[in-house]
Design a protein around this ligand. Sequence first.
Ligand code: SIN
Ligand code: CO
Length: 377
Amino acid sequence: MSGKWQIDLDRDAFLNEFWQRKPLLIKNTRNGFTPPLSSDELAGLALEDDVESRLIEHCNGSWRLQHGPFSEADFLRDNPWTLLVQAVDHYIPEVAELQRLFDFIPRWRMDDVMVSYAVDGGGVGPHYDNYDVFLLQGEGQRLWRIGQRCDEHSPLLPHDELRILHSFDKREEYLLGPGDILYVPPGVAHWGIAQGECTTFSIGFRAPRISDLLSRWTDQLLLQITADTFYGDAGRAASTRPGELHADDVQAALAQLRSALDQAVPSQWFGELVTEPRYDVEPDEDDVAEALALLQDGARSVALSPAAKLAWQQDAQQLTVFANGESFNCAPTALPALLVLCDGRLLAGAILDTALADADTAALLTRLVNLGCLHVR
Ligand code: SIN
Ligand code: CO
């Protein structure tokens, strides 16, 4: 993809009217789109052991799923099939660049980029996702059908792993060519059918489950509530039936619970949760030692590793950095380097020299290297 390729999208209008609400077709009205990965390169990735891939085949009305890694022979089939490769942005920087098209939505909301290849008629079947996705057409054409709103009660075909809808009620239909994008919000049924061979880049988003938010927030709160605080019932009414657990006692417990919930809880649990990496990013000790030595002397560039999840939060008191599920305080002087890293994912030249000359920024970079977030060259 040319670095200058952009999409025609009024961001504010999109966020007001479509984001999380309605599907939108974004036509590639400008020239110059070249898919950042060919179908052959994608197939090559699916042969690798450490790349997560799946193959879905549609055969006589039933759907079959196989997990990778695959061999060339797996790609010789008579039925319509599709190959899906996860987190391609971790391996191909040009694919990671696609995420920048949607930088008006913060990075912590973004997931990895999935890329699919399908033969004529292939696809993953009618389904819905719990997350927003921009479906960018790469090579060839795909017919996308938009269907009904779905939720956890929508009937699915019986299958251990695939979540294919039992029925699909077509509301809209679009034929996408290279560079066209279909935005699909969570819970909206969609069904893409390849028209000839094609590839699709899914720039997906993620959102924490409310149950996970609650559990993290409660964990944080529990750190603040001492084990020596107890239920109290001063002024209680006399009991006439000693075995009775009176509703008033339950109400009193709930009232005391509510007042415990009312106390201010530091908010770092949120950033820690939303920057948790999906894949294992445990850094190799030798790589870390080598990167730290370079950082001390001779570093020419510092790049955010493609799998790293990095975010920051600033309030009147402090700057907090969140990296791969960890959080730590950082001096405000490190903010300029942090901005450049989060935005362009690279520090080099004079910007890197300035960053390393500041002790607080150098300390931040050291910490990020130790967390496996940075590549130093
Ligand atoms: C595909 O690329 O075929 C599937 C993407 C999706 O529906 O989310
Ligand atoms: Co989908």
